[in-house]
Design a binder for this molecule. Structure first.
Ligand code: SF4
Length: 360
């Protein structure tokens, strides 16, 4: 476990063994307050704890105050090049600013942003993406870099940026080092964690479509989180942002780091299956993940839907609520006890009711 400093973002403390927080980013036009707040509300319902919005101009920065009034989670303003946008976002009540001190001109600009951030208790994230690293731009096409060298270059740039804030005695800093490449992302974050106590926000850039992006993110983030690296995560997918949130929780759940939603166990089905396991699981997920209250109720519950009585009863018995299929019906188990047979058409409603009635 890498020891990091603690950085406060809204109600959350990041780093130093605190729960790994799930982030996402809106894909709405930030100037459209209603659309942006509505998307953040949906993301909050999906469990997103910190949300980020792009702030490309002053109108977007000025929209932050109104957006903040309509949401319940900390908000991050993503800013490039123009320090005045950061000043306005802070004035509007943003909780964190993603900006790179080296990209906003004279050191006086950084000093102004740091003073405003300090006064308002706002954290700053330095975000280094492989594609936009200064050094790489200057050498592009002139040499092939190994993944190790990419990592080193990214880390050096992050440390250089962090050092600017350090010189100004500003400590509430988070760093991210992202690439679309698994190895570079992992190497860069590992290298940074060895050299700095600044907490890391981890993720891949442009991870891709739902399936490939999920797999790449799970491998990269899983590798880092398993080593105790990562205070917040974002899964970037070309997909509904709510799926990014759900995927992030699934990664954290698989690693035993967070609980959110049920642990749904189901078999892949085979030639023995005589019930609709796939349809049942999809219907269950649809019902649970579209109802925040149900999702919270189901958190921590193990629910098993298994296809037959050969391998099914073992898993079903081990669950809080489990069904082992037969022919058009299934044997229902509750906390290890064999209960009764249940026709397949009643499975989904029955399990949903069980979740609703469940008292922790
Ligand atoms: S639990 Fe039964 S139906 Fe499901 S995959 Fe295993 S053997 Fe096949």
């Amino acid at each position: 476990m890498y020891k990091t400093r603690e950085v406060k973002v809204g109600p959350y403390i990041l780093g130093s063994g605190h729960p790994v927080r799930v982030q996402s980013m809106c894909n709405t036009d930030t100037r459209n307050v209603q659309a942006t707040a509505a998307q953040i509300n949906l993301l909050e319902d999906a469990g997103c704890e910190i949300n980020r919005v792009a702030v490309p101009d002053m109108q977007a920065a000025q929209a932050i105050g109104e957006i903040k009034k309509r949401i319940h989670s900390p908000l991050v303003a993503d800013i490039h090049f123009d320090y005045k946008l950061a000043l306005e976002a802070i004035k509007q009540g943003v909780d964190k600013v993603r900006i790179n001190p080296g990209n906003i001109g004279a050191v006086e600009n950084t000093k102004e942003v740091v003073k405003a951030a300090k006064d308002a208790g706002v954290a700053i994230r330095i975000g280094v993406n492989a594609g936009s690293v200064k050094y790489l731009k200057s050498v592009q096409g002139k040499m092939d870099l190994s993944d190790e060298k990419w990592a080193e270059v990214m880390v050096n740039e992050a440390l250089e940026q962090a050092n600017i804030l350090e010189q100004l005695n500003f400590k509430d800093v988070v760093v991210s080092l992202k690439s679309d490449n698994f190895k570079r992302t992992v190497l860069a974050n590992e290298l940074f964690a060895k050299q700095s106590d600044i907490p890391l926000h981890i993720g891949l850039t442009e991870a891709g479509s739902f399936l490939s992006g999920t797999v790449k993110s799970a491998v990269a983030l899983g590798t880092l989180l398993q080593k105790g690296i990562g205070a917040t995560i974002r899964v970037s997918l070309t997909e509904d942002p709510r799926m990014q949130v759900r995927t992030a929780y699934e990664i954290l759940k698989a690693l035993g780091l967070r609980e959110y939603g049920p642990n749904l166990i189901s078999c892949p089905t085979c030639g023995r299956t005589q019930v609709d396991v796939t349809g049942t699981v999809h219907a269950l997920e649809e019902r649970i993940y579209s109802d925040k209250a149900l999702l919270q109720k189901a958190t921590g519950l193990k629910i098993a839907v298994m296809g037959c009585v050969v391998n099914g009863p073992g898993e079903a018995r081990d669950a809080d609520f489990g069904i082992a299929g037969g022919k058009g019906e299934g044997l229902y188990f509750e906390h290890g006890q064999t209960m009764f047979k249940l026709p397949q058409e009643k499975w989904v409603d029955f399990l949903i009711q069980k979740i609703k009635d469940w008292k922790k």
